[in-house]
Structure formats: C-alpha cells, structure tokens
Write a protein that binds this ligand. Sequence first.
Ligand code: ZN
Length: 223
Amino acid sequence: MIKTLTNTVLTIFFGTCLISCSVSRSIIDRPIEFDEERITLTKEYLSQRYNLDQDSPKIVPKMIVLHWTVIPTLEKSFEAFKNSTLPNWRPDIKNVSGLNVSAHFLVDRDGTIYRLMPETTMARHVIGLNHCAIGVENVGGTDELPLTRSQLKANIWLVNYLASKYDIEYLIGHHEYKSFEGHPFWLEVDKGYRTEKTDPGEEFMKKVRRASKKFNFKPIPEK
Ligand SMILES: [Zn+2]
C-alpha cells in the first residue's frame, strides 16, 4: 500500500515536472538596435537582393535556419549583431549591403534563449532566403567550444515554439542553404554571391530533426 502510494506520488511529481518543465522555459527579449537606418537598409536589402519592394521589412516565416556564431561568449555574440550597419571586420560582404547581420534568436551556452528582434521582421543571416527564414544563432560552435546539450534542448524547444506559431515548411542548418538554389523560396539575384558555411553541422541537425518529427517538415530539396 505504502509502496503504491509512493509510486503514485512519484508519478504525479514527475508527470507535473514533465509538463511544467517543458513550459517553464522562457524567451528573454534583448532587442538589438532597430532604428530608421536599419529599417531602411533592410527594405533596401529586400528590394536589391530579392526584388521585393515592401513598405515594411516584414517577412512571412516559412523556414527555420539554425546557426552557430563561432564567437565564444553571449556578450560578444550580441555585440556582433547589435549595430545597424556592418562593422569593418566583415568587409567581404560590405559591397553587397551595409545592413548588419543578425538573427531573431540567440541561444547562450547554458540554453538561455534571447529574442533579439521581432520574429516577423527580416534578419540578415542566410543568403537567398532571408525573406522567409527565422534565424536561430547559438553561442560558440568551434572544435574547442562545441554546442552544448543545453543549447540542443533550447533549439528543440524553439523549433517547437515557432512551428506551432507559424506555417513552417522547412527546418535547415545554415550549411544546407545552397540546396535551395532553384527552389521558389530562393530569391537572391546575384549568382556570384555565396559564402561557404559549416554551421551547425550534420550531427546537431540530426538530433533537432529527430526531436521535431511530429511537424513533418519537408525534406531539403535535391540539387
Ligand atoms: Zn550561420
């Protein structure tokens, strides 16, 4: 009897934890600069790169792109995205647009999720697809600082949150973006504007995909 009671109590305890632990995760808003200059540059980017002339830099999210920053700390990663214009250390893409890179979310090493900008405003994080892609950046990602289990869990949670909120068709890693050349979503006008990406890697994507099966995301297009 006592044993049964203990089991029941334990079941209720863990059952409650499973529910409350899954919903207790929260998103912390930590906005990057989004002044008139950034708005203008974002609209310019949509127009020049994608031939999309819009009154506002709004997007309709259709895919989620996961990344790593390589930058080892939250603060330095935040700094990289904060300003409206590209800093001098990225002159390689400055001639394409002065708009600074960013992402909608930044996940710290301990799994804390920061929202850097509104989910339906365009961020510059993936060539060809920014007009429909929500970007999730993870702090770190080098061989010395691989993404953590806490970050993996946070990414899975975020994918669940976003796919429940928007009509998300694809979940991709940044390293897979070129597979979309020729896809109706691919709008980049310059055939020569491409960068090589390895983030966040096959292993990380495999784990997030396995945990997000219920959404039935479409497979990456064959090239
Ligand atoms: Zn990336």
